[in-house]
Structure formats: C-alpha cells, structure tokens
Design a protein around this ligand. Structure first.
Ligand code: CA
Ligand code: CA
Length: 579
C-alpha cells in the first residue's frame, strides 16, 4: 500500500482551498479536505473530525423560508424500520444506505436511481437496536459499508458490483455492524457492535482498496493487538482493571465508529459498556470501556484514553463521537480540543493531543449517578446510593431510579459544531429508568446483561431538546424542546443555521445564534438521521433521510408507549431554494 506522510497530506488539504468538487477517484487529499470542499460530502460527519459544519451560505437565515423539496427517493420494499443513514455525495451521485443492509446510488440532481445493492442477510443476525445502518465511506472508485451480519462490503461506485467483501467477525457470537466506516490514509477503519452479547470491542484498519487487514486494536484491557500479521502489544495490562477472566467477554463495543483529526494524526473512538451490565461482577475501572480512546493510525497503538464512566453500571456507552475543534484558553492560546456529549449526561472537553480533561458539565437537567466530574482528578464523583444493587447469587438486587436512562442524555444522534458561533449543538434527551441487577453468566451468542429496566419520561411535555452549549463555559445558550426523544443528528452552516430532524417527522432549520425556528418541513415519517449539505451547478442543497425506528421503539419501555403512534418509512429527501 502506498503511504504518504502526514505533512504531505495536510499540505495538500490546506492547499485544496475552495475546491467545489473533484471528479474521478476519491483520494486521501480529497477526504482530508472534505469539510472545505462544498461540491461533495465524502465522509460521515462532513469532514473526518465530525463537526457537521457546512461552509455554504447560499441558504441562510434570510432566505431559508423559501426552502422547498427538489425531489424525494423511496427505499421501498417491506423493509422499513429505522433509517439512521447519512448520505455521502461524490461526482453527482448520492450513496445512501438503508435498513437491512441495503445501499442505493441516486443521481444527485434528479433523484433517479442508478443502482441498488441488497446484501443477503443470513438467519440469526443479532443487532441489538434495530436493523439500522448509518452510512458508507468513499475511497478510490469504491463505496464501502458494513452489514448486520458483520461483513464489510466494497462496491464499485458506478455499477454497484461487489469489488471486495471481508468478514469482520462472527455474527453468531453477537457481532454486527451499523456504523459508517472511516477512511484515513488509505485505511478503512471500522469498529464492532455487540456490547450486549459480551463481544470484545476493537478497531480494525484495512487497506481500503483490497480489504486486507493492516492492524487491529482491541479496546478491552488485556487483549493483544496486531499489525501486518504480527503481535503489536497488549492493550493496557492484563487484569489491571478487570478481575479474573472478566476481560475475556468485556464488551466495550465500538458501535458508533470513529473520527480523525489530521492536526493530531489521531483516530478517536468512543467505547461502549463493559459487559455484563451488572457492575458487581467486575470490580475495577474496566478499561477501556465507556471511554474516548485515541489511536495512531500509522502504528495501531493507543496514544491516550480518557474514561467517561469508570466501572459503568448503567449501560452508559461512551461511544459518542469526539469532535475536534479549536478552543481559545484563558491565556489566549488556542488548544486543539475535542467535545463529546456522553450518554452519561455530561459534556466532556478534552485536549485532543494529550487527552487531558479541560472541562465537563451536564448537558441534561437530571443526572443521578454522579454529582459532578472532578476537573482535577478527571473522575466522576459517584453517588453510591444510586448504583443498582448487588444481586448476590440468586436474587434480584436493589432497584434504583437513574437518570439519564441507558438510552442516554445523547445516543447515536450526532452533535454539530460551528466555528462561527463557537457553540456545540446537542440533540439531548431527558429521561430516566428503573434499573436493577440480576445474576448472569456468559453464554456465546446470548444476551449478557444481568440487568432489568424500564425507561420513563421525566417531564409531561417533552423528552427531547436541541441545546446550544459554549464548550468553554458550559453555558446553555438556548434550547428548543421536543415532545418525542430526539434521535437524529444536527448540522450547522455558514448561513447561520442549525438543521435537525424530529421523530414527529419534521426537518427544521433554526437560527444558530438564537434557536429561533425559521423553517420546517414534514417528511412523512420520523427523522432519526443527520442532514447534510452540498452545492451543485451553483445551487445549495440540503438532504436528510426519513424513516422512524432505532432503539427507542424497541427498548424505550414507558417512553416507547408514549410514541407508539409514529409511523415507519424510508425515504431520502432533498431540498433547495425555490426559484
Ligand atoms: Ca466536501
Ligand atoms: Ca450498550
């Protein structure tokens, strides 16, 4: 594989200036320049660092009310269910994935289908949280996505024909795949889903052109990493934070994928719950579960980690995206930092180079498991009375009421960051749960929780709230409440706008400074996916996938009952300004 040095890539990216769109094969330079190139959306996150910020301003606070549908594309079939996909766009084509591991290529201007790929799924797949897929990666002439039976498939962008296909892991052991892959320096980087089945979380890096494995890095302490077929050092130190054999089925799934910052040359991956949920079976911090883990893509080694929830007992998966940005410190110096709205209800700001905790503040109103995050030690101050009780050998442990619920202050719905306002836009949810522990032992391919639960709303009038936060002060600048829990990501633009969707079916545009609603459109089914924007032939477009589903209807308990009137669907909507 041809490797280029980081400085060459960064120089190319910086020199890329306002390249509208490059045709032909997708290169490393184009991927690193994606946040600036307005004619394409080459990456999940609209840039590898996941800011979801468009430099386009043709659609802006002054004219967004004139936004109208350009076309809509229906996924069709009987396979509706949750549609959590972010489209990627290149060379006049939109590539969008759908439920049940499907992919479509559509003409970006007209909405005409170019091809469809239906992955053949075996009986017995075990996705925990609906049959979703969050999107594809582009590289060379390929469009690459992962499937519910834990395979990685690379298709020809022009024909939809399979170029290569590789098995990520055994679906019968509980592995699946739902995230959008990340491409860094010719490597396609993927995680795994399956934290509810006692799998072992990791990142894999493959040659994006061939699918051949280059490195693998487990994120459960004690497991061996590999580079080019050779041992590449154990992650951490065996038994340092896990007792006995518990690390062998330690979970820590990497189900929401990763981000990459060319300035630090680090891949950031969030890790899920330690397995099982019953924390009394595994005293210790259980590294590197519920953490942000920074990995050097050249070496496949961990450079730093920061654990958001040590010894998690609430399924507070720390998979949430780590979004890097420039933050000015009190001394006037700019720090490369990363923001993460964690499932545990706290927003964390870490130094992106070193992992040092710079700030942490709650982004939801009710947090019961910890009173605060201590900025000196970097650790939560636990409220021990609010940890679900130890069940002992054969009985149920003490039930506690915990907030957030295990579906999180934030779940898969992505945050956005605007360098214009300096604010993070967080689709948050206010809910709690009754949770208790039960005895559990590991059995391959079976749910490995040792816990029971029921999710409950906290307030009569709303669960969701889109909130704007200043990462430096932790100040909530504005919020817009939503009756149903928010499950779709946010996007912000140079035009001073924030776009996001609701389960009630609306795509909305707000003023990024004030939160004032300026535009809304009913898409016909719930929106649980992030919008994107690009330009073609001088016009700016907005696209979002619509189709209610995901984890809430399946796991939401009393909340699921409250929103059981919402209808499923499956469509890609594209908007532009009326002429
Ligand atoms: Ca771009
Ligand atoms: Ca989990």
């Amino acid at each position: 594989m041809q490797r280029k040095t980081l400085s060459m890539l960064v120089a190319a990216a910086l020199a890329g200036v306002s390249m509208a769109a490059a045709a032909g094969p997708v290169t490393d330079e184009m991927i690193l320049n994606d946040a600036k190139s307005t004619g394409d959306v080459l990456t999940f996150g609209m840039g590898t660092n996941g800011q979801r910020y468009s430099t386009l301003s043709k659609i802006n606070t002054g004219n967004v009310k004139k936004l109208v549908p350009a076309w809509a594309f229906q996924f069709g079939g009987e396979k509706q269910r949750g549609q959590e996909s972010q489209p990627v766009i290149h060379d006049g084509k939109i590539f969008v994935t759908a439920s049940y591991s499907r992919m479509y290529a559509v003409d970006a201007k007209t909405g005409k289908e170019l091809w469809q790929y239906d992955h053949r799924l075996p009986e017995g797949i075990m996705p925990c949280c609906d049959v979703v897929n969050r999107g594809a990666a582009l590289y060379d002439n390929l469009v690459i996505f992962g499937t519910l039976d834990a395979q990685l498939v690379a298709l020809d962008q022009n024909t939809g024909k399979v170029v290569w296909k590789e098995k990520i892991d055994e679906f019968s052991a509980g592995y699946s795949y739902t995230a959008a892959p990340l491409v860094v320096k010719g490597l396609v980087i993927t995680g795994v889903s399956g934290g509810e089945f006692g799998i072992v979380g990791r990142l894999d890096a493959r040659d994006a052109k061939t699918g051949k494995i280059v490195w693998t890095r487990p994120v459960v302490e004690g497991h061996m990493g590999y580079l080019n077929g050779k041992e590449n050092g154990i992650t951490g130190e065996t038994n340092a934070s896990w007792p006995g054999d518990t690390w062998k089925t330690g979970g820590s799934s990497t189900w929401l994928g990763a981000t990459y910052d060319a300035k630090t040359n680090l891949v950031y991956v969030g890790t899920g719950n330690p397995a099982p949920w019953n924390s009394h079976t595994r005293p210790g911090d259980n590294l590197y579960s519920c953490s942000t883990v920074a990995i050097n893509p050249d070496t496949g080694k961990i450079v730093w980690h920061y654990q958001n929830t040590p010894n998690d007992g609430w399924d507070y998966d720390g998979v949430n995206e780590f979004v890097t940005f420039d933050m000015k410190g009190a001394d006037g110096k700019t720090v490369r930092a990363g923001g993460k709205a964690d499932r545990n209800g706290f927003f964390f700001v870490n130094d992106a180079e070193s992992g040092k905790l710079l700030n942490a503040f709650p982004f939801v109103d009710k947090v019961t498991w910890a009173s605060k995050i201590d900025l000196e030690s970097g650790r939560p101050v636990y409220d021990d009375a609010n940890r679900p009780g130890n069940p002992g050998a054969d009985k149920q442990g003490k039930t506690v009421f915990s907030a957030p619920s295990f579906l999180g202050g934030k779940n898969q719905q992505q945050i956005a960051y605007s360098p214009d306002t300096g604010l993070f836009y967080v689709p948050a949810n206010e809910w709690g749960m009754d949770i208790w522990n039960e005895p559990i032992s590991y059995k391959k391919g079976a749910a490995f929780l040792g816990a029971g639960f029921n999710i409950k709303p906290l307030f009569e009038d709303y669960i969701g709230a889109l909130r704007a936060f200043d990462p430096k002060t932790g100040k909530k600048v504005w919020e817009v409440k939503n009756n149903a829990p928010l499950w779709g990501g946010a996007m912000t633009t140079k035009g001073g706008l924030v776009f996001y969707g609701t389960p009630e079916g609306h795509l909305k545009a707000l003023d990024a400074k004030s939160g004032k609603e300026l535009w809304s459109f009913q898409t016909g089914s719930g929106v649980v996916a992030p919008p994107v924007s690009w330009e073609q032939d001088g016009e700016q477009y907005i696209a979002v996938v619509s189709g209610w589903g995901g984890a809430v209807p399946l796991w939401g308990g009393d909340v699921a009952k409250r929103v059981n009137y919402l209808n499923q669907g499956g469509a890609l909507w594209v908007f532009k300004l009326a002429n």
